[in-house]
Design a protein around this ligand. Sequence first.
Ligand code: NAP
Length: 323
Amino acid sequence: MKAIVVQEFGGPEVLRVEDVPVPMPGRGEILVRVHAAGVNPVDTYIRGGAYARKPSLPYTPGYDAAGVIDQVGEGVDGWAPGARVYVAGTATLGTYAQWTLCTPSQVHPLPDHVSFEQGAAVGVPYGTAWRALFQRGEARPGDTVLVHGASGGVGVAAVQMARAAGMRTIGTAGSETGAALARAEGAELVFDHHAADYAERILEATGGRGVDVVIVMLANVNLARDLALLAPNGRVVVVGNRGTIEINPRDTMARDADIRGMLLGNTPPGDLARIHAGIVAGLANRTLRPVVGRRFELADAPLAHEAVMAPGAHGKIVLTMPA
Ligand code: NAP
């Protein structure tokens, strides 16, 4: 089969297609024929070799995919070949490959009305958005939520979830197409996060009260401003961060506010099972509708890695597999 194999950490050019054997499912494993794989920013951090958790070389990147179950290993109950699934994590090989191996808790049903490309956009982005909004952010119906970076994979997912759960949803984006997407997916108001006055306009839009929860995709730029946008008892959930920032701790005191970090990989198994139960239901009832902005062929994975780090996000970037 064709798979991306990284032989050394480095720039996008280290993502090279190789011919490797199709893996065989061992006991408790499921072999999935991958139709599309999701490209996440973390894939680029790992590829560059600077990420805290580094795989041993060589490795195949990717956490997310969608496809069809091909074979099930001994001891696997409840899954059979032919089932359409989305993949959120893998057992050995990554998802940038024509086949991948998973444990049963890493595969979830994909409804017929959700395409494989959309399914590849689910795992990390929707899992992160659910964890940030409901579990770490403790957002509830009636709350006002700011999705600070609403145009990309996690942001679109968070907007859809907040809207479906009865929250007032405000978003930001850095381009007009990203803003239009966030609006179309349920944000009542969308501001340009490059504009000088957007924080004041968010405050105005809430009648000066502020927002209950901020989900921030670039905390090193926004955290100080986000704290000043919080309502009493508000929470900032740090999802994305690429550097350091100075904040005024008084902004937390004045509001009894919390800064809550999160890493999807830290999620306890019980919480993860609840997250995917919610996502599976949301896909089935169409309140969650993954948006694929760009697609690349597997061999063009280097271009996909450049694109996912470029400004002007518009939903999710996926890789399609050779037939
Ligand atoms: P993505 O699809 O590439 O989207 C990036 C988002 O960040 C876009 O909405 C982009 O908006 C926005 N952004 C850019 N500049 C911004 C600014 N100054 N203020 C606010 N937002 C800004 O990436 P993603 O998959 O949604 O992930 C978003 C971030 O979360 C990444 O840093 C990723 O590494 C991180 N993440 C963390 C976890 C975790 O477990 N903690 C899990 C998944 C992702 P424009 O392009 O419209 O400017």
